[in-house]
Structures are given as C-alpha cells and as structure tokens.
Ligand binder design. Structure first.
Ligand code: NAD
Length: 321
C-alpha cells in the first residue's frame, strides 16, 4: 500500500485567494488591512521569517509593518511597542517575532497583545474561546493541520485521533479542534509510557514533537491519516538507510519531519510530506487571522458608530474568510 500525499500547497493557494478577496473588499471601503510585526535584535532565522511574512502579505494585499527594536531592548519598551500597536486603529494583526533576547519575558509580551489583533491565535483569550468552539483568531499551525484533515472530506465523528506533543501552540489546540468534530482524542507527550500502543490505534495521527523520525511505520494503523508537523534537520539517508555524505565527507543534512516518511507511506492512507505539508498552510492561517481580525474590528466599529455605516458588504452578512 502506498499512502496518498496530503500537500498543503494547493489548499493554501485556494485559501489565500479567499483572504485576498476579503482584503480587497475592505480596501474598497477605505480600510486597508495591516499586519505589524515586532522584532528585537537581528537574528538571521527571525529576519528570514519576517521577510517571508512580508512576501506573503504583499501577495494578498495586506500591508506589512515592521517595528524593529534594538537587541538591548528592555521589557518595558517591548510592552510599550505592543501597546502602541494595540491602540493603532490602522493595525489589525500583531505578531511578536521569536526568539526575543533571553532576558525578555516573551509570554508576558504575547499576552499584552490585544486578543482581537492576535495574528497567531495563541493569546489565552483565543485559546479559551477555542474551548467554546469559537475561532476568532485561530492557532495557526493547529488550524492548518485541521484544514488538511478536513480537506479529505471524511466524517470524523467517532474516529480515534492521537496527537503526539502537547505544546500550547500546536498539540493542545489540535486536540480541542478534533474534539469539536467528535473524535476521541488521546494526547501523548514526553511522559507517555507506551507511545506505539496509542499511535497504533489512531485513525488520525498528528505529530508535533521536534524529533526526527520518532514515528516509524510499525507504530501506525494501516490506512491512517498522518499529519507531520515536525521540522528537523537530520542526516539524509540512502535507500539502504546509510548516511549520505557531501563532497567534504560530512553527513548531508535535510529537512525531515517527526515521522519516518519513507516507511510510513507504505502503511498510512494519507500522509503530509515535510517540507510541503503543514508548513505552507501555517502562514496562510496567519493571513486568514489578520483578515478575519480586520473584518471583526470593522463590524465592531459599525455597531459602535452606526453613523459610519455604508451599504452592507457581502461579508457583513456573516460567514468566515
Ligand atoms: P514543543 O517543542 O513546545 O514541545 C514538544 C512536545 O513534544 C512536548 O509536548 C513534549 O512533551 C513532546 N515530546 C518530546 N519528546 C517526546 C517523545 N519522545 N514522545 C512523545 N512526545 C514527546 O512543540 P511545538 O512548538 O509544538 O513544536 C513541535 C515541532 O513542530 C517542532 O519540530 C517545530 O519546529 C514544529 N513546528 C512546525 C510548524 C509548521 O508550521 N510546520 C509550526 C510550529 C512548530
């Protein structure tokens, strides 16, 4: 058996087109949508991420603003930067670029973001709303995995779902999303005694750990939907499982997930590749959150200031981006 590929690219493209449409409608009402990023210092991985956010925003018509702070920034200055963006009615989404310098309490800074502008969907208010099934700003990676699973158009009611990893931003919200579809959800983590015993029962397996090839084909139920969130650098292997070397005789590295893809695809029904599975959708969810936030803020403004109301836009009548 060979699994079908569950790729994020095509779905991401469709969703970005929907986001672009919402952004266009808002712009036509004189309300350009804006995402603001706060960055401290000049860490190369963070700079790369900022540039890719700028590119994605440009693609769907969202303005991108960068608030650059010095490496020696204080906690107070980070909090003030966030507060200014909270109060700026021209900003609809805020993202704090991690890592921040070690002395900065990043969680406190993230919690200071107005939950209505929480581009990453990880503010305690938004995670709390998720418990009630309300997706105002959705946690990007978990929501990306959820969309991939839903794109298979299967009835999830009663399915066994196993989530490996219980981080606040991926594993925990993932479990909540699947529960809303009446999956029976098991969450595994570093203290789980017999991981394989759980994963072998999974009709849906989502893995978000950060350990290359943690999940092998022996740990899967035949036909399972396997969503691999992990991003790891690991030695590239030949078909016989030997490390491949570069011209200098050093192990050649490649990006892999938490699932041993080559083995798993013999057993799974569907599987996400790494790269190319969850990744492309995650950034799309960020854009979706910003457009959704702009739409919500606009609707709130109309309620508070009816004198500003013009004719109803299509999205005023409800529905999601
Ligand atoms: P994290 O690093 O905060 O936590 C890791 C989780 O794995 C914890 O719940 C821990 O208990 C669990 N764990 C550790 N060892 C384990 C083991 N041996 N067996 C079972 N569980 C174990 O997690 P995170 O921030 O959710 O990130 C997880 C991975 O997902 C990382 O590789 C990260 O780079 C990747 N990631 C990818 C995307 C994307 O868009 N594709 C987004 C976010 C994170």
């Amino acid at each position: 058996m060979s699994a079908q590929l569950l790729q994020g690219g095509p779905l991401a493209q469709t969703m970005r087109a929907q986001v672009a449409q919402t952004v266009r409608e808002l712009a036509e009402q004189g309300r350009p949508v804006c995402l603001a990023a706060v960055q401290a210092g000049e860490r190369p991985e963070s700079l790369m991420y900022v540039e890719s956010q700028r590119r994605y925003c440009n693609e769907v018509g969202i303005d991108f603003r960068l608030k650059q702070l010095p490496d020696a920034v204080t906690q107070g200055a980070v909090m003030r930067a966030v507060q200014e963006l909270n109060e700026d009615s021209g900003v609809h989404g805020i993202i704090l670029q991690l890592p921040l310098p070690a002395r900065i309490d990043a969680q406190a800074a993230q919690r200071a973001i107005d939950p209505r502008k929480d581009a990453e969907g990880i503010h305690p208010v938004n995670l709390g709303l998720l418990v009630y099934g309300v997706l105002q700003c959705a946690p990007c990676t978990a929501f990306a995995c959820y969309h991939l699973i839903k794109s298979l158009d299967q009835d999830l009611y009663g399915m066994e779902a196993v989530v490996v990893g219980h981080s606040q931003i991926v594993g925990k919200p993932m479990g909540l999303l699947l529960q809303h579809d009446f999956c029976t959800v098991t969450t595994c983590h570093v203290a789980t005694r017999d991981l394989a015993m759980h994963t072998r029962r999974a009709d849906i397996l989502v893995v978000a750990v950060g350990k290359a090839r943690l999940i092998t084909k022996e740990m899967l139920k035949p036909g399972a939907i396997v969503v691999d969130v992990g991003i790891n650098q690991a030695p590239a292997l030949s078909k016989k499982g030997k490390p491949l070397l570069d011209t200098e005789g050093k192990p050649r590295m490649r990006t892999v997930g938490d699932v041993d893809f080559e083995g798993a695809k013999e057993v799974a029904g569907w599987i996400t590749p790494v790269p190319g599975g969850v990744g492309p959708l995650t950034t799309t969810m960020l854009l979706r959150n910003v457009a959704q936030a702009a739409k919500n803020l606009y609707l709130q403004e109309r309620r508070e200031h009816p004198e500003l109301s013009g004719p109803l836009l299509p999205f005023d009548r409800g529905g999601e981006t």
